[in-house]
Design a protein. Structure first.
Length: 276
């Protein structure tokens, strides 16, 4: 049974979403910001925790929803799971680069995986990749870990690379799909527009809705940002990792790959959920 299949269909629950990539510069904070904006746009109750104390991107762009957490301190890291208890909400955690050891220390010392299962909290790990060797190797190591209770989503970030052939040919690719994981292709936003949004310190909503002032994008830049946001959200939402998923069973009784796996998220080019 896949991790996603453990959760009863239709049941509401809290879920923890860890957004990382271990390697710096793959665009994980952009994905965290996109998820935050998606939760806001869909009116989903959520709490955001920024564990990247060096950059604090999530805290900077979504300050009203975010507080900081220090993974090196167990009492601070406890906020992650505490935020999911007692109410049905999403908890979004933006992880820093090279955070695997600190996160694993907290998980093992607190027996987080079993406790989360007991409390009905779903755990989702979003792995943002640029398709490079270091990034793919890390995903392989994580997916090869025995007894993994997390649902995994790999995000191919086209804003950092267009070549993901190394990941597609890796053991991690097949292991991910066989385990019920998902693959999302995130489209690229024009670099000059992304630069302005980052420089202005704008949320994605503010970037596409501010038409006056020194921090306003031009009309066509706002149009490009709006289209990109819609496409990015469609790609991320296709994973539906914040909703319970069920495992399909064939007529022979053998488990089948869920429809929300690779064939849905990365279909034929005519249906690709990326910018064209």
């Amino acid at each position: 049974m896949t991790p996603a299949a453990r959760w009863p269909k239709g049941r509401r629950m809290s879920s923890l979403h860890f957004v990382g990539g271990e390697k710096g510069g793959v665009g994980k904070s952009v994905v965290a910001r996109l998820l935050a904006q998606l939760f806001i746009d869909r009116a989903l109750p959520f709490t955001a925790l920024d564990a990247d104390l060096s950059h604090r991107a999530l805290a900077r762009y979504y300050a009203d929803y975010t507080r900081s957490v220090d993974l090196d301190r167990l009492d601070s890291a406890d906020q992650i799971l505490d935020s999911a208890l007692g109410a049905d909400r999403l908890v979004l955690v933006d992880l820093p680069a090279q955070s695997h050891r600190a996160l694993q220390r907290w998980i093992e010392s607190t027996d987080v995986l079993n406790y989360a299962r007991e409390m009905g909290v779903q755990l989702v790990s979003w792995h943002v990749t640029d398709g490079g060797f270091d990034s793919v190797s890390y995903i392989e190591r994580v997916l090869a870990a025995p007894g993994d209770a997390l649902q995994h989503v790999v995000v191919k970030n086209q804003g950092r690379s267009k070549d993901f052939s190394q990941f597609d040919a890796s053991p991690a690719y097949q292991r991910l799909l066989e385990g019920g994981g998902h693959i999302v292709t995130l489209p690229e936003l024009d670099s000059s527009v992304m630069y302005k949004i980052d420089r202005f310190g704008s949320s994605f909503w503010a970037a596409i809705n501010t038409s006056e002032g020194q921090q306003a994008l031009s009309a066509l830049e706002r149009r490009r940002a709006k289209l990109w946001l819609e496409r990015a959200h469609a790609a991320l939402e296709a994973a539906c990792s914040w909703r319970p998923a069920t495992e399909r069973v064939s007529a022979s009784g053998a488990p089948q790959r869920p429809e929300s796996a690779e064939q849905q998220l990365e279909p034929a080019a005519s249906n690709e959920l990326v910018a064209t």
